[in-house]
Ligand binder design. Structure first.
Ligand code: NAG
Ligand code: NAG
Ligand code: NAG
Ligand code: NAG
Length: 456
């Protein structure tokens, strides 16, 4: 009897492992149908903010289609899609389609977006041949996702999934008349300012302060946000946006990670000057690092100091001197220029034990790439990886992710991916897209029931 049981278990395990082995990272997530909308990072004189529809985990049947709607199709029906894409059984379980719809901005300043979580103009629905909406979502504002998430308070800050942007302050609106100069092509990493990023759900800001002394022309001196050698915005502009977000929300926690200091920080005195400025501007919001630092619970952070803002600082002397500064977020940056290399780099990174860390999920051009413009600029490079990044972190990488930082984040679904994984971490089993181990367990249980019924 013992022998027989053991044999059975082995057979079942082998069978079930075979079945569930992921053929490819993007195909790992086969158990949950999911759709989402993204906004393309590609911009030229005729194209800007093109809406894209995406699906994952589908097994398309003939007659299935995906529609874009201007209201929730589960409420107002599927009769009047703005656009529709018909699927056929030969279509892959995962894919995307660039629509003809250009997403308009109705606001002159990001604060007009407001501080209430809601759907914006566009919805997406996966509709079966029978007219049933099998999955849906929308373009969303998420200014309150942390406060809204029941149970988040019990989680540890370094263990939750935090959506982030790479070089968050290197933002600029695309000018369709002038187009992108070579410099803009390789310095601009985001097309929305920090306030819009925060309102849409980003909570990790990668800040690169620079300092220009009095020898500069008057309009260039002081603290700036740079991308490498390029001055992008005055620091005070960016600080005001973060203040505005914090003043209008409760229980959201933002990470302001000052790092790299690409220009002018050649003495501790400059650091001291920046730190004094940040302390003065953010005094009512700053959460001191306390004794637990990145191992603190969210609820303890909310109850501590101003309860809203973590300022981390990439300079050890300063970190030692000021007990309210946090240790810098550890960047896992592959410095790679192809999708495949990004995949292999990120597949091998491991989380540090006691520190927050960020998967830098973007491509980096070499100096030669910039001179020759071979990769077509950061917009194109982001476009070539953002969908895959979404898919990787929807899959099992989401389990261990902390910060994931991307370029042109609206081309990914990183905010909703983070929200879904955090819900999963709070109450395992909720997410439709179960990880491999859970799927295996489920299969095993079913097989056991089957065999027991049949043979015993
Ligand atoms: C603009 O970008 C779109 C999307 O990539 C492309 O189809 C189109 O040909 C481009 N137009 C111009 C004028 O470059
Ligand atoms: C934005 O600015 C334009 C032009 O100044 C104005 O006509 C429009 O009403 C403004 N929109 C909002 C939402 O304030
Ligand atoms: C500073 O002013 C000069 C002259 O008006 C102008 O050409 C330059 O673009 C300005 N620089 C910045 C960073 O605003
Ligand atoms: C990226 O996504 C495309 C489309 O889903 C897929 O064909 C490709 O294999 C993916 N590459 C990686 C490295 O994940």
């Amino acid at each position: 009897m013992l022998v027989k049981d053991t044999f059975l278990v082995f057979t079942i395990c082998a069978f079930s492992t075979l079945q569930a082995a992921p053929v490819h990272p993007t195909l790992e997530c086969t158990s949950g149908l999911r759709v989402h909308l993204t906004v393309s990072s590609i911009a030229n004189r005729s194209t800007l903010n093109q809406l894209e529809l995406n699906w994952m985990g589908a097994s398309p049947a003939s007659g299935d289609w995906i529609g874009i709607f201007n209201s929730d199709p589960t409420v107002s029906g599927t009769a009047n899609p703005l656009e529709r894409l018909d699927l056929s059984p030969t279509d892959a379980c995962e894919g995307f389609y660039v629509t003809n719809t250009m997403v308009e901005s109705h606001v002159n300043s990001s604060s007009e977006l407001g501080f209430v979580s809601k759907c914006l103009d566009y919805h997406i629905g996966y509709v079966s041949s029978g007219g049933q909406v099998l999955a849906n979502s929308c373009l969303r504002l998420e200014p309150t996702w942390m406060a809204d998430m029941v149970g988040l308070g019990d989680q540890i800050i370094k263990d939750i999934f935090i959506p982030g942007t790479h070089d968050s302050g290197a933002y600029s609106k695309y000018d369709p008349v002038l187009g992108d100069s070579l410099v803009l092509k390789y310095t601009v990493t985001q097309d929305e300012d920090l306030l819009a990023q925060l309102i849409r759900g980003v909570r990790y800001l990668d800040i690169r302060p620079a300092y220009y002394g009095p020898q500069r022309a008057e309009n260039q001196t002081g603290f700036w946000i740079n991308h490498g050698a390029f001055q992008i915005h005055r620091l005070e502009v960016v600080v005001a946006q973060v203040q505005q977000f914090l003043a209008n929300t409760e229980n959201e926690i933002v990470i302001f990670d000052a790092r790299e200091f690409p220009y002018g920080f050649n003495s501790d005195a400059i650091h001291e000057k920046l730190i004094a400025y940040l302390q003065q501007e953010f005094s009512q919001y700053i959460i001191p690092r306390g004794s637990e630092g990145w191992s603190s619970r969210i609820s303890d952070l909310r109850a501590s100091g101003g309860g809203k803002l973590i300022i981390s600082y990439d300079n050890y002397n300063m970190y030692n001197k000021y007990d309210w500064l946090w240790n810098r977020v550890e960047h896992k940056w592959g410095n790679v220029r192809t999708l495949e290399d990004l995949y292999s780099y990120l597949s091998e990174v491991s989380a540090p034990t006691n520190n927050a860390w960020s998967a830098m999920a973007e491509l980096t051009p070499t100096a030669w790439d910039v001179i020759t413009d071979e990769l077509g600029g950061l917009r194109k490079m982001a476009d070539s990886v953002n969908r895959n990044v979404t898919s990787w972190y929807q899959g099992s990488w989401g389990q261990t992710a902390n910060v994931v930082a991307v370029d042109f984040y609206r081309g990914s679904d990183i905010v909703r991916t983070a929200i879904e994984w955090n819900k999963q971490k709070i109450s395992p089993g909720q997410i439709k897209c179960a990880n491999k181990w859970e799927r295996n367990q489920h299969r095993l249980r079913r097989l056991f029931q089957f065999f027991q019924f049949k043979f015993f």
